[in-house]
Design a protein around this ligand. Sequence first.
Ligand SMILES: C[S@@+](CC[C@H](N)C(=O)[O-])C[C@H]1O[C@@H](n2cnc3c(N)ncnc32)[C@H](O)[C@@H]1O
Length: 274
Amino acid sequence: MSKSEGAEAKKVKWFEQNPNESEVPPAATRHLLETYSGIPSDKVFEHVVKLRDEAWEIFPYPCIGQFRFLEPSFIQLPSEYDEIVQRLREGQKLLDMACCFGQTIRELVAGGAPAENIFGCDLQPGFIDMGYKLFKDQDRLQSKFLIADIFDSNSELAKLKEAFNFVYAGSFFHLWGREGQKKASKAVASLLKPEKGSMILGRQIGAVEAAEQTSATGTMYRHNVESLKQLWKEIGDELGATFSVEAKLQELHDIHSKFHSEDTRRIWFVIRRE
Ligand SMILES: C[S@@+](CC[C@H](N)C(=O)[O-])C[C@H]1O[C@@H](n2cnc3c(N)ncnc32)[C@H](O)[C@@H]1O
């Protein structure tokens, strides 16, 4: 992006022009940046705004403009977090799909999970580089990062078929309409070990009434609990597997609520292979 294109791009409503230090970053991520990354408390805000502005030049996603890449990954999934850290310590493996800056990986490592059992994957190499800058850990983080498109069946990621016990997918499946989500979900499911206890978990934008929505940022299917269960029933039937789905809708009380309609929610999900 040129300088003038960049300035023009920042005029969209999903580029937060005046972030509020009391909201950015969220408390759990601030704690991570202070303790895991060692950033002094009075420098955290400045640090994340600088990184957000650099990331925006690579790809002006709403999640970048609105600082959503700083959202904690397990705040509504505390028991799954404990279970995953424990199982990673026993040698199991997790993929952070569409890791972007990779906050999920750092949350797990800060909690005692061995970094070498955690993989990150994203389409944009620039985000991964910025994750190192955000968390100041390039010289110590042992996790492996892959650059791949989930739809590319010849990628380095696709070679890791059935390799993972867990896939975390945060703000990922909602990048598409229902058909795109189904295709991406099936590709993610193929990366899971085909055994009981394998798990796909995460969060994304949902809604009280499930529906496909087209806006300036593209087409998005916003699930509720029932529609997500129905999708995974279809996926299971097509793959010859059974998945159980636990999901819940969370109201948006934070800074992002102003960008969404009344019935928009965040949907948190844990999908287990039976
Ligand atoms: C909204 S961000 C999610 C960030 C992070 N997972 C989180 O929970 O905050 C979406 C990410 O998906 C990645 N992405 C988009 N399309 C993709 C694809 N086809 N394959 C792999 N990653 C993709 C983008 O590069 C971006 O980093």
